[in-house]
Design a protein around this ligand. Structure first.
Ligand code: ATP
Ligand code: AMO
Length: 434
């Protein structure tokens, strides 16, 4: 590419070539402006019709919006220009002309529905507020990685094509693997445990999970990003400390490093990092508090899973992030350990944002014979999981971990209405392309 100056770096006095998209053309009669946009911002290009070469004026002002152009000229100070500088062009090169019929308006003056936006993500991302979401997403993932490293964790990558499911059979996507039935992985659960059981001890993974979720909701995806942790010699309380640290690190990174993006989203005033320790409520206290709100038609009893309206009522009541601990064993998966003194009670926990569940985790069953019993109790065939269970015979320390939904984290941090806004190309029941 020829030497190119980012619009944000164009200084008065420079002879520069700026290149980007035609954001807008404003024709005021004798004078007209082309607003050129690139990754760093926008710059005004001035056309004085009577004083400039006709061909230059025709090219610069005849180009359709969203075309890609490069402009070479002199950068000058101009207090009336939106960024305080403008370019007086010597040449304008139309690199890629855009069809004047755009499927959506990147200037945002005309609203587009989410489906049109997702069908035309390239155009959608040209909007400052949409780009801001993905800049913040990148910053959150960076901060999460850094925080895990500070917690002495090693980043791992585990297979996404697997032989068995772990999080409930109905949500599996089956595929054919050289003539054999296989599945897209629902969670790195078993693999992260196998690695925590080596002397790597503490691991994390940020990767895709695949779930054939039945429902089409604003908080479920069929392909999501899971932020997983697993640590040897950890119990559920240690895992909760790590989960809390990771969530807070994400908020802190956004406040510290994303002020422009927060402004683009109109959040600069209201954005807050959660303060203080996240309260830890037992499942029993949680159902009592939900029942006391009177929001549910039927009172919850011990053993019930929490319905969405119940989670919302409790979220309003608590008013911030909180953990629910000590769930009934029967509604937690086989790999979650029970309390030693009460086998009806599990070490499983969830971390809740007032709007929804963010995290599930717990201490794991590390005793081989108890693990095999757990499979049988949940109607699973332990033989199918032999690749996993056999490692519990060769020295498996107590360990604990969690899975945090990456898009749910981004969605709750930014107050997005729909989880699809936190993914570039979401997969849902209706959407397999782009
Ligand atoms: P000229 O500025 O060459 O005399 P003109 O008579 O067509 O051309 P003006 O009357 O000066 O234009 O300005 C028209 C509008 O454009 C005014 O509102 C003015 O504030 C604005 N304007 C003029 N020059 C600039 C500039 N360089 N950047 C931003 N706004 C400008
Ligand atoms: P769980 O199934 O609760 O636990 O998933 C962990 C977290 O992942 C997110 N999540 C989703 N986000 C968007 N769309 C989905 N379809 C979706 N499914 C899950 C949620 C959820 O809290 N193996 C355990 C974790 C562990 O114990 O380590 C597991 O997968 O934010």
């Amino acid at each position: 590419m020829q030497d190119r100056t980012y619009t944000a770096d164009a200084e008065p006095g420079d002879d520069a070539t700026v290149a980007g998209w035609v954001h807008e053309i404003r024709d005021l009669g004798g004078i007209a402006f082309l607003i050129l946009r690139d990754a760093t911002g926008k710059i005004q290009v001035k056309f004085e019709k009577d004083e400039m070469d006709d061909e230059l004026v025709d090219t610069g002002l005849g180009v359709s919006r969203e075309s890609v152009v490069s402009v070479t000229g002199t950068v000058e100070e101009e207090p009336r220009a939106p960024t305080g500088v403008e370019v007086t062009p010597e040449s304008v090169d139309v690199i890629s002309a855009a069809d004047p019929e755009l499927p959506l308006d990147p200037s945002g003056k005309v609203d587009a529905d989410l489906s049109t936006r997702l069908d035309n993500r390239t155009l959608d991302l040209r909007k400052d507020e949409v780009q801001a979401v993905f800049e913040i997403r990148a910053e959150i993932l960076r901060a999460v990685r850094e925080q895990f490293r500070e917690f002495y964790c090693t980043e791992i990558n585990t297979p996404k094509i697997v032989a068995t499911g772990t999080e409930g059979g109905t949500e599996l996507f089956p595929i054919t693997y050289f003539g054999e039935e296989a599945f897209m992985n629902q969670s790195p659960q078993l693999f992260k445990q196998l690695i925590a059981g080596s002397n790597v001890e503490r691991v994390f993974e940020i990767g895709p999970i695949f779930r054939a979720e039945e429902h089409n909701t604003p908080r479920h995806l069929n392909e999501a990003t899971s932020i997983d942790f697993e640590g040897a010699f950890c119990d559920q309380n240690d895992a909760m400390d790590v989960a809390e640290g990771i969530v807070k690190a994400a908020y802190e990174a956004v406040t510290e490093n994303c002020s422009e993006e927060l402004e683009a989203l109109g959040l600069e005033e209201e954005f807050e990092v959660p303060e203080g320790d996240f309260p830890r409520l037992s499942y029993e206290e949680a159902i009592e508090r939900i029942n006391a709100t009177g929001e549910l038609d039927e009172q919850l009893v011990w053993g019930d899973d929490l319905p969405t309206e119940g989670e919302k009522a409790l979220g309003d009541d608590v008013g911030g992030h909180y953990f629910i601990t000590d769930w009934p064993s029967e509604i937690k998966p086989f790999y979650i350990k029970d309390h030693d003194d009460d086998e009806q009670l599990s070490t499983g926990f969830d971390l809740m944002h007032p709007r929804m569940e963010l995290v599930s985790g717990g201490q794991r069953e590390h005793r081989h014979e108890h693990l095999i019993e757990g499979f049988e109790q949940q109607g699973l065939d332990p033989d199918q999981f032999e690749y996993y269970t056999k490692m519990f015979k060769y020295g498996m320390p107590p360990h604990a971990g969690f899975g945090l939904g990456g898009e749910r984290l981004i969605m709750t941090i930014l107050g997005l209405d729909n989880i699809r806004e936190a993914v570039l190309f979401p997969r849902d029941r209706q959407r397999l392309s782009p």
